[in-house]
Write a protein of this length. Structure first.
Length: 93
C-alpha cells in the first residue's frame, strides 16, 4: 500500500544528503517499481529480512544488514519485497 500523503510505497526523513527510508511489511509488491535516481547513491541496510535489490540486466541480490550498496545515477533498479519491514539509509552524492 502506498503512502496516502506522498503516493510513494515508503516513508522517509531527510537530513542534508542523508535519507532514512522505511518500507512497511504491508507494502504491495506492485508498488515496488523499476525506477532510476537523479544522483549516485550509497545505501546501507538498517533493518530487513529477505529483501532484494535488482539492478538493470542483473539478477537480484540479497540485501544484508549493515552492508553498503552503490546505485549509480540514472541506472534502472528496484527492490523486491522480503519478510517484514525494510529500513535503509541513503547517502546521495
Amino acid at each position: 500500500m502506498a503512502d496516502l500523503f506522498t503516493g510513494k510505497p515508503y516513508t522517509e526523513t531527510k537530513n542534508a544528503n542523508i535519507i532514512t527510508r522505511s518500507f512497511a511489511e504491508t507494502v504491495d509488491d506492485t508498488d515496488l517499481i523499476w525506477h532510476r535516481d537523479r544522483s549516485d547513491r550509497k545505501i546501507t541496510i538498517i533493518e530487513g529480512n529477505d529483501w532484494y535489490l535488482q539492478m538493470d540486466n542483473q539478477l537480484p541480490i540479497l540485501l544484508e544488514k549493515d552492508k553498503d550498496y552503490f546505485i549509480p545515477k540514472e541506472e534502472f533498479h528496484r527492490v523486491i519485497k522480503g519478510v517484514g519491514p525494510l529500513k535503509i539509509r541513503i547517502e546521495e552524492f
